[in-house]
Design a protein around this ligand. Structure first.
Ligand SMILES: C[S@@+](CC[C@H](N)C(=O)[O-])C[C@H]1O[C@@H](n2cnc3c(N)ncnc32)[C@H](O)[C@@H]1O
Length: 290
């Protein structure tokens, strides 16, 4: 079954991904109890922390967030802001007008006590989301591309951003983003940064998606790919009974036990990492111990 077939079963939120400001995206996601970015945030932050501990000053840390939306990964990992905090702030305090919204968001982020010096790059098919994230100071660089489109390739500027990114995360986006996108990013990822370790990836994948095409893509490009055992991350509530029934049926057909997970009315994802093979144990050990 292809990702396209599986996506047929999932509710479609495409229209809110492309608004100029994050108001409607965050409102809708809150309505559906979206929480994967907060569930994954500690793992994404810990991967970044470990990489810095090992590399010290020998290499800068640049994070590429694939399917970043309005800079959600950067808000969590760089600025220490949870998705829930960001949602509350946007609902209560973010003006509707574009300039006021991006300036107000920037001021709020600058007030973050836990902001770190990570450089953040975001890649998303939504050009408006990337634009807002850059203007608000969430992202230092953006790649507004739909690399699922066979005709879409990375520009020289994009390539430079990917080659200088030695850490990649993706939360809630695999499925929209498939091996087609990965096959364009992975050969370039982090190739221009030296350091003791690098080219580390932390991704969440919904249990309903087959992970084999993703594994094959990582392995084809020289990475070791695997699951962090025992980590189950809630993504969001099912949008309605139709989605719930479709997902449960699909998981049962594939032999999954949904007791304690999807049976409670939510999508669940697992946590995966990919690194150069000789570095895999470092990240696996740290994330498994959390
Ligand atoms: C559910 S949101 C996840 C956003 C964010 N990572 C988070 O966890 O909150 C899915 C994101 O994938 C993006 N997306 C959809 N199709 C895509 C594609 N072909 N390439 C890149 N991003 C895509 C959407 O624009 C949206 O921002």
């Amino acid at each position: 079954m292809t990702y396209e077939d599986v996506n047929e079963v999932k509710a479609n939120f495409d229209n809110v991904y492309t608004a100029p400001t994050p108001h409607s995206y965050l409102k809708l996601m809150t309505h559906h109890g979206y929480e994967i970015s907060d569930q994954a945030r500690p793992y994404c932050a810990e991967g970044a922390k470990l990489m810095r501990e090992i590399n010290g000053d020998s290499a800068p840390l640049q994070m590429l967030d694939v399917g970043c939306s309005y800079g959600i990964g950067a808000a969590g990992v760089k600025f220490g802001r949870t998705f829930a905090e960001m949602t509350r702030f946007v609902k209560d305090d973010l003006p509707q007008g574009y300039d006021d919204a991006s300036n107000t968001m920037r001021e709020w982020l600058n007030g973050s006590r836990t902001a770190s010096t990570i450089h953040c790059v975001g890649m998303d098919s939504s050009a408006p989301a990337i634009k807002f994230a850059i203007d608000a100071g969430l992202l230092d660089g953006g790649i507004p591309r739909d690399l699922e489109d066979a005709d879409c390739t990375l520009t020289e500027e994009d390539l430079q951003l990917v080659r200088t990114s030695n850490y990649m995360i993706s939360t809630g986006a695999i499925g929209y983003v498939t091996e087609t996108t990965l096959n364009k990013l992975l050969p370039e990822l982090g190739t221009q940064i030296n350091g003791k370790v690098g080219r580390w990836c932390v991704v969440t994948i919904l249990r309903m998606f087959d992970t084999e095409p993703v594994r094959e893509s990582f392995e084809r490009h020289g990475f070791k790919f695997g699951q962090i055992p025992g980590v189950f991350l809630r993504q969001r509530r099912f949008a309605d009974d139709e989605e719930r029934n479709g997902v449960l049926e699909m998981l049962h057909e594939r032999g999954f036990d949904t007791t304690g997970y999807e049976d409670d009315g939510h999508h669940y994802a697992n946590l995966y990492i990919a690194t150069p093979p000789d570095q895999y144990h470092l990240l696996e050990k740290r994330l498994s111990e959390m």
